[in-house]
Design a protein around this ligand. Structure first.
Ligand code: SF4
Length: 655
């Protein structure tokens, strides 16, 4: 039995900002009987409730686990410093928001790492939960701490704090881990947590960092990464979920009680992306493309709306307009919700995949959402480097179509500091924005056309062709952004029509350190946290000087530094910290793609051009899944009142 701490917590909530984020009890939240569960999970999102509550990954796993009768899963989010101080002073532990149970009472804490800037929050949760900070100090009485998500593709900077790591899709992995745990518990926990971790590692499905020794050479580079016991594999491969139709989650998304970053239901329409944008870690690590069929998407949208009461549905993926049935899907859903003020949206649209019919269908029944396009690079040359094969003509044609159909504003997203970028590449963004306004004024005959240029600093990520690139320093990023701002303001004819939003370069340096760091970065994370670092993804909390001074203090006598991890270009023969973690991408293919980037050579999308042999399908024994399923339109129409079913339900098994 684990008791709720809500009685002690409630009086403290009156003293903190936005207490509603800690109370739970939302529509579709799940609380299960503690004693009937054989395995109990906390799903922790190490950022604020307003960011974490709509997170798809966490919502999916919450349902997948809770559908099993003997498994219980509750949610937890990062606690803000005001509540952290009160919990500490009152001797109360970190808790879940569903049952308000102490995190330490659970069997496993599964952490979803969407970005690296949540690492200090993770340490807060571990510490306030009463767990030893370091994995090596935990006892059999402590839960397992398991991390997954995109940032887990290089977990080395947090290797000392985590017990195990899941790479790739989580649905099957959490069920597999549950079985390992259940068996081990039912056998009387033989060999303690070490034996449980050994079983997880030996299965090849989970990475247990403490079972690998990392050695460093005198120049600071990694000399070797070696398993330190028998039966542990040299490399660990990612999980890939095939046939998304068999996993139609979330079926009943939790409706947050506090304001969050997305106020809508979301349905994932495909996973993976093979466009090959070289900067994009998400695209690289989620290959191959696996589409959900239009009929399943329609069923899921129907159920999400019925279960949540939302009037907007986001059709999610890395590039939603690329779904092979997107036109049919948008038209079918618009017909279905005719007259209901229900709108559909795509998170952002590729310039070359956008078409005006699609945009009109999406907004037919509800409000017209803004249009965001992401050319990413200002010049055509730079777009070849990053393999974002969009010409200026494509962009002008696309935005002209939007302005001509009644849109008054578009947002264009770019990055600063891409490999080989020059001042001229950045200044061409201003020229592009001027041409966009010019085209909009011409086609609409109006002067109130607007375009917002939004730009952030580029951070090279692991498992991408740019993993070897040197990151642009923050002073230089800021100088180029200033240059662009001046150019945008210089022309009085356009200045008022063009908005300019930018992020300064400093958070990107810390993100770069955490993204491509090795185990030695863990000490810096811990020191920053001990000196008060929290919520690094929030500009009002982020403290660059704190990170810089901790790195300088700890690495004073070492060949490594903040710039060693960020602005330094790597050579082909350097052992990268994540080299033993296999996203399926062939290292030679990635290196060749990096060389092709420098030569401004583009590579095609394997959905429409021949396989470029990135290695994923061979290594992971997977394949691209696209195309209509089922074929007939009659079959496609969403059956009212029939719920999407889980694999367990379909087979008549448990759940
Ligand atoms: S192996 Fe070929 S088909 Fe599969 S994702 Fe890579 S490039 Fe595409």
């Amino acid at each position: 039995m684990s008791d709720s701490i809500f009685t002690e917590l409630e009086p403290l909530l009156a003293e903190v900002n936005r207490p509603v984020q800690y109370v739970g009890g939302e529509v579709n939240a799940i609380t299960k009987d503690w004693d009937s569960a054989t395995v109990r999970w906390v799903l922790l999102y190490p950022d604020a409730y307003e960011v974490g509550a709509p997170n798809q990954g966490l919502q999916i796993l919450y349902e997948v686990l809770n559908e099993r009768p003997d498994v219980l899963a509750e949610r937890a989010y990062a606690i803000w410093p005001d509540l952290e101080a009160l919990l500490r002073s009152n001797g109360l532990p970190a808790f879940t928001i569903d049952g308000h149970r102490p995190l330490r009472s659970f069997d496993v804490i599964g952490v979803s790492l969407a970005t690296e800037l949540g690492y200090t929050n993770l340490l807060t949760s571990i510490d306030v939960a009463g767990l030893p900070l370091h994995s090596r100090d935990r006892t059999d009485a402590d839960p397992l701490l398991v991390v997954g998500g995109h940032a887990a593709f290089n977990p080395e900077p947090i290797a000392d704090f985590v017990d195990a790591v899941v790479l790739g899709d989580g649905e099957e992995a959490v069920l597999s881990l549950t079985e390992f745990l259940r068996d081990w518990k039912q056998q009387g926990a033989p060999g303690g947590r070490k034996e449980l971790l050994r079983r997880l590692a030996a299965s090849g499905q989970f990475y247990v960092p403490s079972f690998y020794d990392v050695r460093y050479a005198d120049d600071g580079a990694i000399e070797s990464v070696v398993p330190n016991r028998p039966g542990v594999p040299w490399t660990i491969a990612k999980h890939t979920l095939m046939d998304l139709d068999e996993w139609p989650y979330p079926k009943a998304p939790v409706v947050p009680v506090a304001e969050t970053v997305h106020e809508r239901a979301s349905t994932e329409i495909f996973r993976g992306c093979t466009r090959g944008c070289r900067f994009c870690q998400a695209g690289m690590i989620t290959r191959p493309v696996r589409e959900r069929s239009a009929s399943t998407v329609a069923e899921m949208v129907d159920h999400s709306l019925a279960k949540t009461g939302y009037r907007e549905v986001g059709l999610l993926s890395l590039s939603s307009a690329d779904h092979s049935e997107i036109g049919k899907l948008a038209e079918g859903l618009a017909d279905r919700y005719e007259g209901t003020m229900t709108s559909l949206s795509l998170p952002s649209t590729r310039v070359d995949a956008f078409n005006i019919d699609l945009a009109n269908e999406l907004s037919r029944n509800g409000r017209r959402s803004g249009l965001t396009f992401a050319p990413e690079g200002g010049s055509e040359r730079l777009r070849k480097v990053i393999n974002k094969t969009v010409t200026e003509e494509d962009l002008i044609r696309t935005v002209s179509a939007a302005y001509g159909s009644g849109w008054r504003a578009v947002k264009l997203y770019f990055m600063c500091g891409l490999p080989t970028e020059t001042d001229d590449d950045v200044l061409q963004i201003a020229e592009l924005a001027r041409r966009v306004i010019e085209a909009g004024r011409e086609i609409s005959g109006r002067r109130d056309i607007r375009c917002t240029v939004s730009i952030g600093g580029f951070v090279p990520k692991p498992q991408t062709p740019f993993q070897w690139a040197g990151q642009l320093g923050h002073e230089e990023t800021d100088r180029r952004l200033r240059l662009l701002g001046e150019a945008l303001r210089a022309d009085r004819n356009y200045a008022r029509a063009i908005g300019f939003r930018y992020h300064d370069g400093r958070p990107g340096m810390v993100e770069g350190l955490l993204a491509r760091g090795d185990r030695r970065v863990g000490a810096v994370i811990e020191e920053v946290w001990r000196r008060g670092g929290r919520f690094d993804g929030w500009s009002e909390h982020f403290d660059f000087d704190l990170w810089r001074s901790c790195a300088e203090d700890l690495w004073e006598d070492q060949p490594i530094s903040l710039s060693w991890f960020t602005t330094r270009e790597r050579t082909r023969d350097e052992i990268l910290p994540w080299q033993h973690l296999d996203a399926g991408l062939d290292a030679d293919w990635l290196w060749q793609d990096w060389q092709d980037a420098l030569a401004e050579d583009e590579v095609g999308d394997c959905r429409w051009t021949p396989c470029s042999a990135c290695g994923v399908c061979d290594v992971m024994d997977t394949m691209i899944q696209i195309g209509p399923r089922p074929q007939s339109a009659a079959e496609w129409a969403p059956p009212t009142g029939v719920g999407a079913r889980s694999p367990a339900e379909r087979s008549g098994a448990d759940g």
